[in-house]
Design a protein around this ligand. Structure first.
Ligand SMILES: C[S@@+](CC[C@H](N)C(=O)[O-])C[C@H]1O[C@@H](n2cnc3c(N)ncnc32)[C@H](O)[C@@H]1O
Length: 358
C-alpha cells in the first residue's frame, strides 16, 4: 500500500480508485460525488455477490472519509441491486456503512426518472437515490447559489401588515430533495459512449451547494468525466480515477473540448460549445454517439431544465390521476354507496408537488 502523497489537481488517474485514493492526503477534499458501479452487470462492471460488493465499497468509502476535509460533503448516488426477481435499494445498505464511518446524514435525494424499462412482475423502477453525508456539523451549504424559481414568483400579500410585499423569497426557493434531472440517454446533448453518465446540471447543483470557488471535488468513479468538466466550469478543482481506458479517454476529450484528428467530439454538447466559441459551423463536425445529423443550433437541442421536467411530470401525474378517477367511477357504478364514496375520495389524490408554504 502506498502512503498519501501530494497529488496533481485537475487530473484523472487511469486505474483502480482504491489504490489511487490511498495516495490522496488526509483532509484535502471539499466534496466527493460519485455514482459507483451498482453491481448489476453493466458493461463496465463484474457482477459479484452483494456481500463482497459491499465490502469492496466499504474500503473505498473508508478512504473517502479519510480524505474529506472536516467541512466536506460526500454524495453517493445509487440505484437498486436485483437478483432472481428480488430488488434491494442499494442506499439502504450504504446508509449504515456511511454512519459507521462517523459521517453525518444530511439528505436522501430521490432522483426521479421519467422513463425506463417496464417491469412485468413488479412496479417499474422510476427513481434512484443520492445519499448526502457530511464529515462534521460544520459544513458548507450555499443555498442562495442553487435556489430555483418559486411557483408564484411575484405573488404579493393582499392584507395584513405585509400587504403589498412579496410573499416568497424573490431569489427563489430551496429545490427540495426530489430531483428531476433528465438522465443522459438518447437525444440528450451530453450523451457519450457511456451508458450511465451524470447530467451536468445535477452535478452543478451539488458542487455549487457544497463547495466554494477553488474547492476540490473528487470522483473516484469518474467515467466520462462529468464531475471534472462541471467542477472546472464552476471554477473548482477536480481529481478522480477511472479504470476503463476508453471512458478515461472520453473524459480527457471532454475536458480538452476540441475535435480529434477526424473531426469528432465526445458528445454534442462539447461540439456545440466549441463551435459557439470559435464561430464555426456545427455541421462540419461529428460526435461519437451520433445517430442522426448534427442539429444546427442549440434551439433544436432536446436538453430541458429541471423545471420543464417537473412541469411535465406534474402534468402526466394529473392525467394519470384523471384517468384513474374515470376508471374508478365506471367500476363503481352499481356498487353500494359506501364503496362509491371511497372511490370518489380517491379522485382527490393530492399532487406530488405542493406550492411551498410562505
Ligand atoms: C456509473 S459509472 C460513472 C459514470 C460517471 N458518473 C459519468 O458521468 O460518466 C461507474 C464507472 O466506474 C468505473 N469503475 C469501475 N470500477 C472501478 C474502479 N475499481 N476504479 C475506478 N473506476 C472504476 C467504470 O468503468 C464506470 O465508468
Amino acid at each position: 500500500m502506498s502512503s498519501p502523497t501530494q497529488i496533481s489537481l485537475d487530473t484523472i488517474h487511469l486505474g483502480d480508485c482504491l489504490e489511487w485514493l490511498r495516495t490522496v492526503p488526509d483532509n484535502s477534499v471539499d466534496c466527493i460525488v460519485t455514482s459507483p458501479p451498482y453491481n448489476i452487470g453493466k458493461e463496465y462492471e463484474v457482477r459479484r455477490a452483494l456481500k463482497i460488493y459491499l465490502e469492496e465499497q466499504t474500503a473505498v468509502l473508508a478512504e473517502c472519509a479519510r480524505v474529506l476535509k472536516s467541512s466536506g460533503s460526500l454524495f453517493w448516488q445509487v440505484g437498486s441491486y436485483s437478483a432472481n426477481g428480488s430488488l434491494i435499494p442499494l442506499d439502504v445498505r450504504f446508509f449504515p456503512i456511511l454512519e459507521d464511518l462517523g459521517l453525518v446524514p444530511r439528505n436522501r435525494m430521490i432522483w426521479v426518472r421519467q422513463h425506463g424499462l417496464h417491469a412485468r412482475n413488479k412496479f417499474s423502477a422510476r427513481y434512484e437515490t443520492i445519499l448526502w453525508f457530511t464529515k462534521s456539523d460544520d459544513y458548507i451549504f450555499n443555498l442562495d447559489a442553487i435556489r430555483v424559481p418559486q411557483k408564484y414568483q411575484n405573488k404579493k400579500s393582499w392584507r395584513g401588515e405585509n400587504k403589498g410585499e412579496l410573499t416568497c423569497n424573490p431569489l427563489g426557493k430551496n429545490p427540495g430533495d426530489v430531483w428531476i434531472f433528465q438522465n443522459v440517454k438518447h437525444n440528450h446533448e451530453e450523451q457519450t459512449i457511456h451508458p450511465a453518465a451524470f447530467p451536468e446540471d445535477m452535478i452543478a447543483r451539488i458542487v455549487l451547494a457544497t463547495t466554494n470557488a477553488g474547492g476540490v471535488v473528487l470522483d473516484p468513479y469518474m467515467g466520462t468525466g462529468t464531475v471534472a468538466v462541471t467542477s472546472r466550469d464552476l471554477d473548482r478543482r477536480y481529481i478522480g480515477a477511472e479504470i476503463d481506458p476508453s471512458y478515461h479517454a472520453v473524459a480527457l476529450r471532454r475536458i480538452a473540448g476540441t475535435p480529434d484528428e477526424n473531426g469528432y467530439f465526445p458528445n454534442l454538447k462539447t461540439l456545440r460549445d466549441y463551435c459557439e466559441t470559435h464561430s464555426e459551423d456545427p455541421a462540419k463536425y461529428r460526435f461519437d454517439a451520433q445517430t442522426a445529423k448534427v442539429a444546427s443550433g442549440r434551439a433544436k437541442s432536446r436538453r430541458f431544465s429541471e423545471l420543464h421536467h417537473l412541469q411535465e411530470l406534474e402534468d402526466r401525474l394529473r392525467l394519470e390521476e384523471g384517468a384513474f378517477g374515470d376508471r374508478l367511477r365506471s367500476i363503481s357504478e352499481g356498487l353500494p354507496d359506501i364503496e362509491r364514496y371511497r372511490a370518489k375520495e380517491l379522485d382527490e389524490v393530492p399532487t406530488l408537488f405542493e406550492t411551498e408554504a410562505v
